[in-house]
Design a protein around this ligand. Structure first.
Ligand code: SF4
Length: 198
């Protein structure tokens, strides 16, 4: 049997948690929806946070380190998980490597999808740097508040499970069921493609 090669963007893990159908539309149907205004605002805010983050010290992360480096927009991949993506920020100190993801939407900052996305980048980093990492951060809101996320076994298992479910969607090419409620569908870029919704 020929092994299938997967190349799953890490952002799809977060999208899967929002609604599995979004993954189907992107990766199976290869649709690219037109950009909505809130998406453009998200990109602008993301760029602003990168600029500010480069000027900040590590106090907001409660990290004390003499030598440290902040690097933005780092390309990562995991051969083990078959995922790739660009993580917002990596902080390197002499003791640890810390992955930081920026989120402008404060309400979503500790959603399952955001945690799984962060964990996926951490697992990519562990593979790249051959180290073990037990935490990461979400930097959220206009003031750049931080929220620490523990990268424990439970979160790692969930992340691996989501990757498996995405691979299944790619393999079967079947539109998955969705339990997305109206408030999700109304803001979804694929609303017009889901004929059975609201
Ligand atoms: S419209 Fe609703 S069901 Fe369809 S992809 Fe978007 S969130 Fe999912």
């Amino acid at each position: 049997m020929v092994m299938k090669q997967y190349d799953i963007p890490v952002s799809m893990l977060r999208q899967y948690c929002f609604c599995p159908r979004i993954v189907y539309f992107y990766l199976v149907r290869q649709l690219t929806p037109s950009e909505k205004l809130w998406m453009k605002q998200g990109v602008d805010e993301h760029n602003r946070q990168i600029m500010l983050n480069n000027r900040r010290n590590l106090s907001r992360y409660h990290i004390c380190a003499d030598n440290w480096k902040i690097r933005n927009n780092i390309e990562l991949y995991s051969k083990n998980l078959s995922i790739h993506g660009i993580c917002d920020c990596i902080i390197e100190t002499s003791d640890e490597i810390i992955v930081v993801e920026f989120k402008s939407n404060e309400h979503l900052m500790c959603s399952a999808g955001v945690k799984i996305q962060l964990c996926a980048y951490v697992m990519c980093c562990e593979e790249k740097y051959n180290i073990s990492i037990n935490r990461g951060f979400i930097l959220y809101g206009r003031k750049g508040q931080t929220y620490e996320i523990c990268i424990d076994e439970k979160l790692r298992i969930k992340t691996i499970e989501v990757v498996g479910k995405i691979k299944k969607i790619i393999d079967t090419e079947i539109l998955p069921d969705s339990t997305a409620e109206a408030k999700k569908c109304c803001q979804c870029e694929f609303f017009n493609f889901c004929a059975d919704r609201y």
